[in-house]
Design a protein around this ligand. Structure first.
Ligand code: BMA
Length: 866
């Protein structure tokens, strides 16, 4: 009797919960839809989220999009009109409300529900929501038909351009032709690199590229919650939560809880309101630190709406981390102002790369690929990536992972290398985009800033048109970034650093908000982007001495493995039609050849496909090493350089590019292994002055004093150690200091080194990777031809192979590759005669251990000798 009574109570409680629970019900509408083009010559099943291009590829209607010239061959797809259709049933409850949500549509579309147009979209970066209560079928069993018609983006952009009262300078004809790209990108809010870039194809994706859902609710639903923080002191934070409800709540409350154990909580009662602001003071939270400076403490913020009977109406949660990010612009030692970040009071040298979309077909950006990229970034001792303005705002996953590993993000708004229109419609479209993205992203502690755009301030005098009418375009620039975007950031995300552009000189005054105009490449203020392809990249005197180098770089080729996936044997020549088709940077190949010939012997062997590829990677690695170490050595100098983000971490297809990671499987080029070394938190870095003084720097990025024992060895090309010296060094926190100086000529002479072509110096230590001083370029030397053997190949665990390398002569830039994707413990290194090197390789995929040896290729510089 007692038992059945208990059951009865439990049952009643269960139903009470079910029927009283009024929280929104979400129906996921992603899945397989039907895709047709306008004349119905194509009809296929297509995944949503997904693009027309990848759907046609999976149904084998077109071939591999990345193969040979297919970027151009398949451009027709983007000129057709496409219809995505699905049906779904929904038990309609009168009195309830129904909302249809698209996280992103790419780009110009019309949305129809049961034949009626419910909305039109014109911005890939907005979240589109429609109240569809009046358009749903009232009969639960009767299916609703949802259709998204997507129109050609290039035609829309062309039309907008033609309607515009005056020209808006952007990519000229020569550039668009070089990229095999498309025109007028500045007239449409679609990822700007979809139109082609100097490292990328122009896929002109047509897509429902993120989630689609139907939300059913009956009471107050949380439409959005903006969660931001302001650092009052390093241990006191103000958390600001702005909740926007879908409909006014007449009587109820909003509760904000911080932490799993509700360490902090605040409840506000609400009467007849849709917009609710809750500010709370958080005392002494555990802080979030960038990687290398502490742990990443994260807290869950839960925002709950309840009615007066304590019944939940809606609830959402976001993950946050408390940290103080300050941009320090103090008078600098050499005039001008400093420009660096302090996080939680610690000055941080920013080390990293610039990020472009992981894939231009967004549906292919899996969590695994994001993880691989971010892990690769962290593995290479980087603490930051800059999300560049010509791509996309990434999905939440990306920022969640960055938050959890301590990777800082500099974030451009998505405008790049162009002037932009400023008509009413465009500006209001941008406003909504900024509101959507700040609302979605502002709680992420990894994001340290918002920047108005990439290089558009610099672009104010790039073209004849803006040179002729400087005021016209300057006024437009101010209207878009300073009068439209900046006030939104100030209002919505006031504690976040705003940079007008990258690069920029920062601001002259915050109130009123006035930029420090003039060339944004001024080294005494703000950040710079620096490229000089004609100068010798191993001569430090050609580099600037800025406060922060947020872009710099040189090109190289992807591996032969990557090219094998997308080309034929006939394409695999340095001057083939395919290579020229994919080299979008004017004179890029010639510049690589010039740079290589300055430092290496370039004969017939060097120009062979795989050797040339190898040489471009060796050269690229040396260029970035030289330039990055130059910036790092200057952290304590009068220049106070405090950041080096090279261009570019990743890329979007197999082509000559600046990237250190290939598109194909996210494999590391040689540069990425070098980055791991040149970004090491503790680094020994030698540099010779024009008067032959070698200064040996020790760079310590950590906030703790560091002592180390450095072994300095003078070695000749027969691998004889002519002199070996131990240096006991000590470097203060966050400092770069000279720990040893010597006169190269005297030191060589005294130690039996014939001349500069006879020897080099190696520096090894406990905390720094081995680094070298090369007194002469490699084409001046007579180098031995080593034989490198591989032995003791062992499987350490399912994913790790260990093996031993040995060389019978000195071997330079020893580069290991396998057909399997994975990463080596070290690569691109130097081996001395007789030296044994035990290395590990970590697999990223299943592989056949018995074939590992066969698949392991070892190359060194001698392969390029004639
Ligand atoms: C920069 C970037 C990109 C470009 C790169 C290489 O200035 O902002 O626009 O791809 O240079 O040219």
């Amino acid at each position: 009797m007692l038992n059945s009574f208990r059951l009865f109570v439990l049952f009643s409680l269960f139903f009470l919960v079910i029927f009283c629970s009024t929280t929104p019900v979400v129906q996921d509408l992603s899945g397989v839809w039907t895709l047709t083009n306008v004349n119905r010559s194509f009809s296929l099943d297509a995944k949503v989220p997904g693009s027309v291009q990848t759907s046609l590829e999976s149904e084998a209607i077109i071939g591999n999009i990345y193969y040979r010239f297919n970027d151009v061959n398949y451009r027709w797809i983007s000129y057709d009109t496409w219809s995505y259709k699905t049906t779904f049933t929904k038990q309609f409850e009168s009195g309830n409300k129904y909302l249809l949500e698209f996280e992103s549509i790419d780009t110009i579309s019309e949305i129809k529900l049961n034949g009626i147009t419910i909305g039109k979209t014109n911005n890939q970066f907005r979240i589109w929501r429609y109240d569809v209560t009046n358009y749903l079928s009232r009969e639960g069993t009767w299916p609703n038909t949802l259709e998204v018609l997507i129109y050609p983006a290039a035609l829309y952009a062309k039309n907008e351009c033609e309607k515009y009262p005056y020209p808006v300078p952007g990519d000229p004809k020569s550039t668009v032709e070089l990229y095999s790209g498309e025109y007028n990108r500045q007239f449409i809010r679609k990822a700007q690199c979809h139109f082609g870039w100097d490292w990328g194809l122009a896929p002109m994706t047509v897509a429902i590229n993120r989630g689609v859902r139907l939300i059913e609710y009956s009471t107050a639903r949380i439409n959005s919650a903006l969660v931001t923080q302001s650092c009052i002191t390093q241990s006191t934070y103000e958390l600001m939560v702005k909740v926007s409800l879908d409909s006014a709540i007449s009587d109820g409350k909003v509760i904000v809880d911080v932490g799993e154990q509700r360490e902090w909580t605040k409840t506000v009662t609400v009467t007849n309101s849709k917009e609710i602001e809750i500010n709370m003071i958080i005392e002494e939270p555990n802080l979030w630190y960038p990687i290398g400076f502490g742990t990443q403490e994260l807290y869950k913020v839960t925002i709950r709406v309840e009615n007066n009977d304590d019944q939940a109406q809606d609830e959402i949660s976001k993950q946050i981390g408390f940290r103080c990010v300050e941009l320090i612009e103090d008078p600098a030692k050499n005039g001008g102002l400093t420009f660096y970040l302090k996080v939680n009071g610690i000055p941080i040298f920013l080390k990293g790369s610039n990020f472009v979309p992981l894939d231009l077909f967004e549906e292919r950006i899996t969590k695994e690929r994001i993880m691989r990229f971010i892990n690769s970034t962290i593995d290479a001792n980087m603490n930051m990536v800059r999300i560049w303005g010509g791509g996309i705002y990434m999905t939440d996953e990306f920022y969640d992972i960055a938050d959890s590993v301590g990777l800082m993000i500099m974030h451009d708004f998505q405008f790049a290398c162009s002037m932009y229109p400023i008509n009413k419609e465009f500006l209001s479209n941008v406003e909504n985009e900024i509101i959507d993205q700040i609302t979605r992203l502002s709680h992420h502690c990894s994001i340290v800033n918002w920047a108005g755009n990439n290089e558009n301030e610099g672009a104010l005098d790039w073209w004849p048109l803006d040179q002729q009418h400087p005021r016209l375009y300057l006024v437009d620039y101010v209207k878009l970034y300073l009068d439209t975007i900046y006030p939104l950031v100030k209002k919505m995300d006031p504690d976040r650093i705003f940079m007008p552009s990258s690069p920029s000189n920062g601001v002259l005054s915050q109130e009123p908000y006035v930029l420090r105009w003039g060339t944004p490449y001024n080294q005494s203020f703000g950040d710079v982007h620096f490229y000089d392809y004609n100068a010798d990249c191993m001569d430090v005197s050609t580099f600037p001495s800025p406060r922060f180098a947020s872009e710099y770089g040189y090109q190289s080729f992807d591996s032969t493995y990557a090219w094998d996936q997308i080309s034929l044997a006939e394409d695999q020549k340095v001057d083939s039609e395919l290579v020229n088709h994919r080299e979008h940077h004017g004179s890029g190949i010639l510049q690589m050849i010039e740079q290589i010939s300055t430092h290496f012997n370039v004969g017939d062997n060097a120009m062979k496909w795989d050797n040339f590829i190898y040489l471009t990677q060796v050269q690229q690695s040396l260029c970035y090493q030289t330039e990055t170490e130059h910036y790092r050595r200057q952290r304590s100098s009068e220049y106070q350089t405090m950041g080096a983000l090279y261009w570019q971490g990743n890329t979007v297809w197999t082509a000559p590019s600046w990237s250190s990671i290939e598109f194909h499987q996210g494999r590391w080029k040689m540069l990425h292994y070098y980055a791991k070394n040149f970004f090491s938190d503790f680094l020994i870095s030698p540099i010779e002055s024009p008067t032959n003084t070698l200064s040996v720097y020790a760079i310590n990025d950590s906030p703790l004093k560091k002592g180390d024992q450095v072994t300095m060895k003078l070695i000749n090309w027969e691998s004889t150690v002519l002199n070996s010296q131990e240096l006991a060094i000590e470097v203060g926190p966050s400092q770069s200091a000279v720990v040893e100086t010597l006169n190269v000529t005297e030191y060589f002479g005294e130690n039996g080194c014939r001349d500069r072509t006879d020897c080099f110096i190696a520096f090894s230590s406990n905390y720094s990777p081995t680094n070298y001083f090369w007194p002469e370029y490699f084409n001046k030397l007579s180098l031995p031809t080593p034989k490198i053997s591989v032995s003791n190949i062992k499987l350490l665990d399912q994913n790790t192979v260990e093996f031993t390398l040995q060389s019978d002569q000195i071997a330079l830039f020893v580069f290991l590759q396998t057909t399997y994707s994975g990463k080596f413990q070290d690569n691109g290194f130097v081996m001395l005669k007789g030296e044994e090197k035990v290395l590990e390789w970590h697999a990223w995929e299943d592989f056949d251990f018995s074939k590992f040896e066969l698949n392991l290729k070892v190359k060194d510089l001698s392969a390029t000798f004639d």
